[in-house]
Structures are given as C-alpha cells and as structure tokens.
Design a protein around this ligand. Sequence first.
Ligand SMILES: Nc1nc2c(c(=O)[nH]1)N[C@H]1C(S)=C(S)[C@@H](COP(=O)(O)OP(=O)(O)OC[C@H]3O[C@@H](n4cnc5c(=O)[nH]c(N)nc54)[C@H](O)[C@@H]3O)O[C@H]1N2
Ligand SMILES: Nc1nc2c(c(=O)[nH]1)N[C@H]1C(S)=C(S)[C@@H](COP(=O)(O)OP(=O)(O)OC[C@H]3O[C@@H](n4cnc5c(=O)[nH]c(N)nc54)[C@H](O)[C@@H]3O)O[C@H]1N2
Ligand code: SF4
Ligand SMILES: [Mo]
Length: 676
Amino acid sequence: MDGWRPSVCPFDCPDTCGLLVRVEGGRAAAVKGDPQHPFTRGFLCQKMAQYPARVHHPQRLRAPLLRIGPKGSGQFKEISWDQALSLAAGKLGDTAEASGASSVLPYSYAGHMGHVHRNGGHAFFHKLGASKLGRTICSATASAGFAHGLGSGPSTDLSWSQYSDLIVIWGSNTLSTNLHAWPWFQEARKQGARLVVVDPYRNQTAAKADMHLMLRPGSDAALALGLMQVLIDEDLVDREYVAAHTLGFAELAQRAAQHPPETVARLTGVPAGQIVELGRAYGRAKAPFIRTGWGPARQLKGGMAMRAIALLPALVGAFGRRGGGIARSTGAGAYLDLAPLLAGELAPEGTPTVNMVELGRALAPDAPRPINLLWVYLSNPAVVAPDTSAVLKGLAREDLFLVCQEMFLTETARWADLVLPGASSLGITDLYTAYGHRWVQMARPVIAPVGLSRSILAVFQEMAARLGFSEEVFRAGEEEIISWLLAGGSPCLEGVTLESLSSCRPLKADIPANPYAEGFLTPSGKVEFYSESLAALGLDPLPGGEPSRDDDHGGAYPLQLITPPREQFLNSTFNEVDLQRQRAGEASILLHPLDAAARGIKDGGRVRVFNARGECLLRAQVSDAVLPGVTVAEGLYWGAHTPGGAGINHLTSQALADLGGSSAFHCNQVEVAPVS
Ligand SMILES: Nc1nc2c(c(=O)[nH]1)N[C@H]1C(S)=C(S)[C@@H](COP(=O)(O)OP(=O)(O)OC[C@H]3O[C@@H](n4cnc5c(=O)[nH]c(N)nc54)[C@H](O)[C@@H]3O)O[C@H]1N2
Ligand SMILES: Nc1nc2c(c(=O)[nH]1)N[C@H]1C(S)=C(S)[C@@H](COP(=O)(O)OP(=O)(O)OC[C@H]3O[C@@H](n4cnc5c(=O)[nH]c(N)nc54)[C@H](O)[C@@H]3O)O[C@H]1N2
Ligand code: SF4
Ligand SMILES: [Mo]
C-alpha cells in the first residue's frame, strides 16, 4: 500500500525513534520522524535519513551465496535457499558428530533490536546443544557497576531532566549517540539549568556545554571520589537522605578523605579548581541530573567507575527531587517475558559459554574447546570485536565453517562459506522497546522483500524443521511470539497487548520517571556505598580511585587511545552507504599539539598508530580538544575504508573489564608516528 506508513528505527541506539516511511510501488522512497512519537518527537538522525538508500542499496545481498574461491576472497556463486539450508543442516550435523555440538557457536548481537528476530535464533542453538554466547560486548559492565550500587532495574528517565537545574553528561556523546535526549536538556537550560560534560575530549556535546571537565580516560572513579570529598568537606551532603536510604556512609567518607582535590587533579588531569567548582554546584543544585553513557564503563576498571558515578545522587538526596537522579538505561525490555522464546531449558546441562569479547581466543586453533562452525547474524565481528587480528586469524581457518546472515557483504561475511541474505526491518513484524525511553511499539512489513532476503526467525524455523525439532517455539509466528513476550503479567505492561499495539503506534509502559524514588533493587534495599556483595566476590567493597590502565609494555606505548562512536555510522553499520562514508571523511586520530610536535606530526598528515596488538594508518587531527597524552579515534570504519586496510579494533584487546565481562574498548596504550 503506497503512502506514509508507521515503523520503528531498528538500530542499537537508545532513542528507538518512531518512523514514518513513504512507500511507493512496494519500495521505501523516504523516511521521516513520526511527529506523534512523544519522546522522539518527529526528527531523525542523519544516518537514518539514509535508510531507504541502505535498504534498496545496489550491493544489498539478494540471494544465498556459496563460497567458490579461497577463504576471504569474496568469490561466491548464487545458490537456492533449498540448497543453502540443506548445506547448513548437513554441516551442523557433521560438525556435531565430529567434534560435539558445543563446537558450534552462534555469534549475534544487536544489528536489529526487535525482540522477536534479535532473539529468534536462541531456541534453535539451545536445542542443538551449541556453545552459548555471552552477549557482553556493550553494556554488561555498566549494568553490573550500577547493580552494585543502586541495584538493577531501570534508571531515571531522560525526560525527567527537563525539571533539573544542573545536568551532568558523564561519558556520553549525546549529540551523536543519543540525539533525542538533547531537546529535554535544552528545555531545562531554557529554565536556567547549567550543563556540564565530563569527557576525555571536546566532542560535539562538550563543545555546547557550559563547563567541560576534560579527564584522562579511566579516571572516573577518582573524579567521583573527589566530588564526594568536596560534598563532605563543604557540608553539602543530605544527611537525612543518607541516613534513611544508604549503607556505609562512614566507610565511604574515610575513602573519600583520601581523595582531596589536588590528589584527584593528579589522577584525572582535571584542575583542582574545576573539581571543587563542580562539587559545589552539584551539592547546591536543587535537583542535579546525571546522564552516564557507556564511555566510563569501557575500561578495565569500568564497573568500578560506573558504580562510583552512580553513588553521587544519593549523597545529595537527588533521587528524592523532581528532576534529580541518574540515567543510564531505561525502558520496557526488562519487563518482557522472553523465556518462552529463548527456551533455555532446551540447552543440555553444562553447555559451555563463550564471552563474545573473547571471540579471537575462542577461534584459535589451540583453544581449549574447539569451535568448528560459527554462525554469525546481526553482528559484524571482523570490525566490531576487539583484537581484530586474532578474530581474522580465526575466521580464516580452513577447518572453520562460517555461516553469515547479512544484508551486505561485510568484512565478516567476506570470510563466510555460506552467506544468507537478511531481510530489513521494513519487511518484517517485530516488537520494539527502547533503552533510552519508556515507549513500546510494534512494526509490520511496509515494503515487499528485497530480492530473496529472509528474516532471522524464518531462517531458524526452516533450519529447525530440517533437523526435526518439533517444539512449539519452532513453529510460532511473529505475532504469536509477541503475545508470549507480553504475557508475563508485569504491571508495567498493563494494557500493552498485541491488540493495542496493532495500530503500530507507540504505547507507554508504566515505568516511573524516577524509579529510584521508590526504592533500590539492591540486596539491602538501600544505596550501597559499602557493598557486601562485592566484598563476597573478593573485590573492593568501597569505590576505589585507582585509574584503569592498559599494560603499556614498560612505556613503549605512551599514549592513551579511546575509540568512541562516530556520528555518521551506527557501530559498523552505514559504512556501506556512500554518502555516510563521505560525510564521515577519512578515519582520523585526534592528538594534542604537544604530542604531535614531539613526534613531528602535522595536522592533516598521515600517521601510523600502533601497539603490540597491531597497527592502523589514520589522518592526524591536531587540536587541544584533548589532554596531552590522550588520543581519540572516532568510529568503526571497515578495514577496507581505512587507509592501511586495518580498522581501529586492531589496537584493542580481549581483556575483560572488572565486572560483567565487557570489553575495555577505551583502555588502550598506543604510539603514533608520522608516515612520509
Ligand atoms: N551515531 C552513533 N550513535 C550510536 C552508536 C554509534 O556507533 N553511532 N552506537 C550505539 C551504541 S551500540 C551504544 S552502546 C551507544 C554508546 O553511546 P555512548 O555512551 O555515547 O558511547 P561511548 O563509546 O560509551 O562513549 C561516550 C563518550 O564517553 C567518552 N569516554 C571514553 N572513555 C571515557 C572515560 O574513561 N571516562 C569518561 N567519562 N568518558 C569516556 C567518549 O569520549 C565519548 O564521548 O551509542 C549508540 N548510538
Ligand atoms: N573499538 C570499539 N569497538 C566497538 C565499540 C566501540 O565503541 N569501540 N562499540 C561496541 C558496541 S557498544 C557494540 S553494541 C558493538 C556492536 O556490534 P554489532 O552489533 O556487531 O553492530 P554492527 O556493526 O552495527 O553490526 C550489525 C550487523 O547486522 C547487520 N544487520 C542489521 N540489520 C539486520 C537484519 O535485519 N538482518 C540481518 N541479517 N542483518 C542485519 C548489519 O548489516 C551489520 O553488519 O560494537 C562494539 N565495538
Ligand atoms: S539511529 Fe537512533 S537517533 Fe537515529 S533514527 Fe535510529 S533511533 Fe533515532
Ligand atoms: Mo552498544
């Protein structure tokens, strides 16, 4: 049906925008933001404006492909779905017989965020007895850090910030990665609120702030302790709130006392005067609001960093005030009943789990447990996973059979033996919740399938039929599964039903704007400055200020490198859209004039960035938007779109953060040298 049709942005972004798609002759001709969406309010980011170009891209995969050249050569021939699925079923059977079902590993993440399809392969791999995947790459450490202070569960809603008089954006590049939070912050500013950014570089967001604390990566816990000490020292603590709702203030105060502003200035690179200024402003604000991104968590001590930041609002009683609190992740996803779709009970007891951050290690020929068949979907590990050279070595193994469900011949799909063309979000039915707001929405197909592409769920159900799996989950349709997800009986989803969602308009989940006003889901029910559960794990029960640091091989790699997202890409997605690549420009590295001068590097010159793990060629951008000793490379460019052919994850490591097991993507030591 032609005309403007409702849909949802399927990408891994907190905003989960309401979309309107203009359909002409079964194709998407244009998209715009849905003005009736109460949170995203009618505008889109520049990436999504290119969605029709991506969906109908000439290089979009339209048929199953079988490898006919050497691995990685990109030489394939088209085959039928029947041939492709029979081959896949045969390989799964052979692999399980030869080396056990646990030598099969699914690898998926969040290329598509709809719950039905994102989770639509899990039951299949459980039943098969494949190794499980620990899906930790993004938020596990941040969640764990918060859980050990405030408890799990949703955090304060971003829209609550409109009532705040002091907004602190702590390690989030809002204007690039969470654009629809910005108007709420601006509303508060119109009423006189001050906006402070805590970030290692002057990103788009920091450039628009009233104050920017430029800290060294990995030093957030120290900064938080420094702010706590100012609050305690200047008697800005809300004693009543602390007495009623927290545990361990006396012990915290002792720890904070070891972090006076001068000490913290040394650890963080932030001038002592700024630490005192922000401490005072935070303590005197009526309703201070913090927005933490994931930046502080992508560090070896990232769990500790998030925990320390999360404790600040309790000290000043911010959770008790309209406009006060802390936002990380919110939304209705946690209230869905995923169990019937995941069918975890089908997995044999003792099935091993592979942490997705350690894919390189898991695929090594000498890994303790062999992985001989890897099935990748909704992810592009050759670009997004850390330690790319280890990942590529694994993907290149002659004895690894690689299946890849993809929309494009990505740098992962190039290594595949079998490529299955994936449907886009515009051709399927799914249910979406957000992690940056509380709205729930369903989308139905608005265009005809592109080529022979098929959805994730459809492929796994076909595979299940071939392998003779007979459970109900392998036959249920998309809408039936959505009704299962909603049937858990959570009061937050009252009134959200298949029927009420079927107009494909957003519905609000009944989650309070500031859930922390109603208590904390910690073991004690209070904010835990002192954490017994951390003590039980043998970890520091109090926030500790020692910065994160990558092993620097005795100073051989003296510069810190962070690798945050780039505005023009969504993780590695949109690399395939020419206009977005042009807008992004050449992959670059930001470094301070002193570091550049010491190395004979000129602004705009080509440089080699390297450490023991690998090297990249990038364009130097010399500016005081970053501290001396710190460098920044934005964006996950495909290797093929980077001058030396190697993307930024050649420099990152498989080391795991302290809590939750995420990657320390922003904790790297490197050296930079000019290239003539
Ligand atoms: N345009 C765009 N939007 C995106 C994405 C994208 O790739 N592109 N990705 C999406 C996804 S999957 C996610 S998880 C989110 C992530 O969104 P963000 O949370 O915004 O991303 P981060 O990588 O965590 O980086 C956020 C900020 O943290 C800073 N940072 C790095 N290290 C530290 C540190 O040690 N301390 C502090 N205080 N700050 C630090 C970085 O400089 C950066 O400005 O964004 C989503 N939105
Ligand atoms: N150095 C560094 N590395 C990082 C990060 C960082 O900040 N720095 N960020 C990390 C974070 S936060 C995350 S979440 C991960 C993200 O890692 P991924 O989830 O792997 O993200 P994408 O790169 O977007 O890859 C998703 C793939 O899914 C495909 N896809 C999208 N929709 C569909 C569909 O409907 N069907 C099929 N079959 N395929 C589809 C896309 O074409 C794309 O290739 O990356 C991590 N990697
Ligand atoms: S990527 Fe994020 S900001 Fe852009 S349209 Fe999608 S949900 Fe909205
Ligand atoms: Mo992410």
